[in-house]
Design a binder for this molecule. Structure first.
Ligand SMILES: Nc1ncnc2c1ncn2[C@@H]1O[C@H](COP(=O)(O)OP(=O)(O)OP(=O)(O)O)[C@@H](O)[C@H]1O
Length: 255
């Protein structure tokens, strides 16, 4: 049974602005699945439907065989958590790291607050001295580690990651990607990750789907992507664009 199953998902804003068109996805437990495609193709919208932020979708969403209702319930909050692109925007500027991490525990009535917070900080590579810092006292990478800790503190099975490293410096991106890979392996998490960066997919994902204008045009393994076995011309174009970009960056770096 798949951990995430999306069947014939459709969503429109207002009259006629169709953003998702019959989207189908199947993601197995413990898998890391990438969602790529041009800006505005609907990638984030798929995550928001699964996270319960949009409720006016049509189709069927299932987590571990259980159909999701349109309204968000407590069980889904515990099972499915989302990490956003901009860790500064997603952390309250006047809340300490402790307050940020304690809030979900209080909402869900979970005991052992201090132990859980210290343990999650260690797991994301920060020590307990970070508990009383504010977001502006953290680097971009540290802020994203706090955002990941906040997502993990309720011990979810699924992380929905929306461009989790694209707001970070290149050197810090690799650290955060390695952390995400480690956490998934250790805790058997399932990831659904939106990115525009095929390098991130190659680093972190087993499979991926390519979206264009609200539709999935191709689903393939990362191995096939990397060995140039993509079938759809749009996927091939993304691969070519990504290679040209890497070459340009290499020549800029060599200057
Ligand atoms: N609340 C909203 N009201 C109206 N249109 C919306 C709303 N949210 C998203 N859209 C539209 O839905 C489309 C898909 O947006 P979405 O954020 O899912 O794209 P994306 O593929 O994640 O793009 P990006 O890579 O730029 O984040 C866009 O055309 C966007 O303008």
């Amino acid at each position: 049974m798949s951990m995430i199953k999306v069947t014939a998902l459709n969503l429109a804003f207002g009259a006629g602005v169709k953003v998702l068109n019959d989207v189908n996805l199947q993601i197995e437990a413990g898998q890391s699945f990438g969602l790529v495609g041009e800006s505005g193709s609907g990638k984030t919208t798929v995550l928001r439907c699964l996270a319960g932020q949009y409720t006016h979708w049509q189709g069927e969403l299932q987590i571990d065989g259980k159909a999701l209702g349109h309204k968000l319930d407590r069980a889904r909050c515990k099972d499915v958590q989302m990490v956003f692109q901009d860790p500064y925007g997603s952390l309250h500027p006047r809340h300490t790291v402790h307050t940020v991490l304690a809030e979900p525990l209080r909402i869900h009535g979970m005991a052992d607050e201090r132990e859980r917070i210290e343990s999650i900080l260690t797991r994301v590579g920060l020590n307990s001295s970070f508990r009383f810092r504010y977001p502006h006292q953290l680097s971009g990478g540290q802020r994203q580690r706090v955002a990941i800790a906040r997502a993990l503190i309720l011990e979810p099975r699924i992380l929905l990651l929306d461009e989790p490293t694209s707001a970070l410096d290149v050197s810090v991106q690799a650290e955060v990607l390695n952390l995400l890979a480690e956490l998934r392996e250790r805790d058997g998490l399932t990831y659904l990750l939106v990115t525009h960066d095929l390098g991130v997919v190659a680093h972190l994902c087993d499979r991926l789907a390519v979206m264009q204008q609200g539709r999935i045009v191709e689903t393939l393994s990362t191995d096939d992507l990397c060995s140039n076995a993509a079938q759809h011309p749009y996927t091939q174009m993304l691969v070519d664009a990504s290679r040209a970009y890497s070459r340009d960056m290499a020549s800029v770096a060599a200057l």
